[in-house]
Write a protein that binds this ligand. Sequence first.
Ligand SMILES: *[C@@H]1O[C@H](CO)[C@@H](O)[C@H](O)[C@H]1NC(C)=O
Ligand SMILES: *[C@@H]1O[C@H](CO)[C@@H](O)[C@H](O)[C@H]1NC(C)=O
Length: 818
Amino acid sequence: GGSNPFQHLEKSVVLQEARVFNETPINPRKCAHILTKILYLINQGEHVGTTEATEAFFAMTKLFQSNDPTLRRMCYLTIKEMSCIAEDVIIVTSSLTKDMTGKEDNYRGPAVRALCQITDSTMLQAIERYMKQAIVDKVPSVSSSALVSSLHLLKCSFDVVKRWVNEAQEAASSDNIMVQYHALGLLYHVRKNDRLAVNKMISKFTRHGLKSPFAYCMMIRVASKQLEEEDSSHDSPLFDFIESCLRNKHEMVVYEAASAIVNLPGCSAKELAPAVSVLQLFCSSPKAALRYAAVRTLNKVAMKHPSAVTACNLDLENLVTDSNRSIATLAITTLLKTGSEGSIDRLMKQISSFMSEISDEFKVVVVQAISALCQKYPRKHAVLMNFLFTMLREEGGFEYKRAIVDCIISIIEENSESKETGLSHLCEFIEDCEFTVLATRILHLLGQEGPKTNNPSKYIRFIYNRVVLEHEEVRAGAVSALAKFGAQNEEMLPSILVLLKRCVMDDDNEVRDRATFYLNVLEQKQKALNAGYILNGLTVSIPGLERALQQYTLEPSEKPFDLKSVPLATTPMAEQRAEGTPITTVKQPEKVAATRQEIFQEQLAAVPEFRGLGPLFKSSPEPVALTESETEYVIRCTKHTFTGHMVFQFDCTNTLNDQTLENVTVHMEATEAYEVVCYVPARSLPYNQPGTCYTLVALPREDPTAVACTFSCMMKFTVKDCDPTTGETDDEGYEDEYVLEDLEVTVADHIQKVMKLNFEAAWDEVGDEFEKEETFTLSMIKTLEEAVGNIVKFLGMHPCERSDRVPDNKNTHTLLLA
Ligand SMILES: *[C@@H]1O[C@H](CO)[C@@H](O)[C@H](O)[C@H]1NC(C)=O
Ligand SMILES: *[C@@H]1O[C@H](CO)[C@@H](O)[C@H](O)[C@H]1NC(C)=O
């Protein structure tokens, strides 16, 4: 009756049935059916214990006596599925090797696959000979099976599989399209860490031409990956190869090449043109799959290179009425991105005529197009926002609704004129919103943007309704939003206090705690408190705070706990909160893992010379190499910044097996007024055992943070020759030196990233006293986007209020960094 015949299987019953395997003569149909049931159960996630599995497995091995092809293939499948559940599966090795080298071609491929699945690296050598033969076997399915299995084996037995490249080379010139494809795949994965070898391989195989369109597609992907990593100009044989594939006789290859070209970063209009024109041809293909692929790709190109796509506008217009709605949606949204302002109304009308017919996935495409349009044509906000609000009111899943809310939020954040309408529509939406994450996100936004509007009080009713009607996560979000109104608007403060007082008796402790906390802060009526505790919140690392407090309770002291001793948050915790997720829904890690900075802090605290430096302010995110790779000594430096000092930590490795170094220090000379205080040597540096030495430097007294400085570095040490085998040293040593590369200290070393949700409040809180004005030259920078990126990197600060995103078509921009 069409229902699943395996639906009510019981594991114990099925395993009982497996006893049939021991009967003679074997009944192939019955046994194959039982194996199917076992596989079904395993695939449904049924837990099969080791003993049960081993028993069934051993019974199954008897079935090799039958020559029924269906049963045999079920056996191969069972072996693969059970290989990691049952014990002693290698018992079938000889049966499989026999099948793999036997006369029955249908058995050989699957036998290779099963054999490789049960073989571990120690046993691999025993079957190496067979694998090499199988790779070059003249039966394509055998050769492909061996190649694909080798690819899997590569993960754990790289060195053995590497020895099969000659065979793989031979298979790569096979006439069979799958064998060629699989062989090239294996060759690439063996060589992929060697750029030159990969380049050589591409040029070799493409010079002689390939039979397999799949192999071409893979080579195109490999070539574009190389190009991207090389970051070089497109004036390279790799690019020429991809471009030549635009003229291949297989549509698959042509499409792959076009898609690779349009996705390459930094393509010029001239380089794009041939790729776009093949996509244009595909637009009028009778095959839906080609039209779909072409319009989907053009849709993506339109984001970055709208002008390149305008050439296809006519073809895209023809697709607007395509009976395949996915194609129509993509065509319309592409036109929206490339078309003129005048065509927007017409296109939007067209698309609304079939919005109800398309899936959520494509509705998201529409939302993204609207979002792009809003940035481009601010005058069209009203029309587009209305469209979004209609969509918001209709049925839809989480992803779709989130895309709409994201889009509205970004419009609101970037355009002050649309703020009021946007906020009131969102208020309406949360009145009846089934998605907690969206509700809290919007409440967060209301708290942030609402107080700055002309009539803030109109939002209070919506927010307070949430406190009354919702479950605790949303209530907590609503309480925080209320507090933000109170913190920024004196007139409303008394009413906000009344509302918060009603929340201090809430059933949920998070809601209650928030209300109590905000109430007490607000009652102080101090701007600085509001800014620090309501508008911007904690900026310390929460796990760090937990540790510091625990430490403080272990060693109680007269001195009050100092929040400044806690490392600042650089973890996504702050980010997650910024997204508006209330803290209760953030998953707490089981055990608070020590951050990198905390580990450093502990290590440095153990060095007597560094007592009294105060809390560690910052450690540089990545060690800098001061030697080239493959030199006799490998030295890497991590910079630690304290209030008045810097500690340079040098991690050293001695790669000479006939030397031991002792009393190793790194001497530093600064171009600015930094002063070396002391060197903490690494006592001994035997061959290949990493050691650490430190140099402590005092910052210049006046304006310590203003000066970028370059240090020249010299490693000094005593060398003792030693016996490479025993490690025993001569008594006599001699002093030696080794010049290292220069080390830079930059502005970013003195700056810690923090999250500030309300930049203005944070700015006011800091006050004029700490203001500083500087002029920088931005040389060699072509776009605003690039300038913003460089400034963020140079200062090492955290972009606030999404100001690192530069809207298109703007020629001035304000970047806010904390
Ligand atoms: C549109 O065409 C593509 C490609 O052939 C296909 O995958 C998709 O299911 C079609 N969609 C509709 C709504 O017909
Ligand atoms: C270690 O080296 C420093 C110079 O780098 C030197 O002043 C000091 O005396 C040496 N110490 C020992 C114990 O050799």
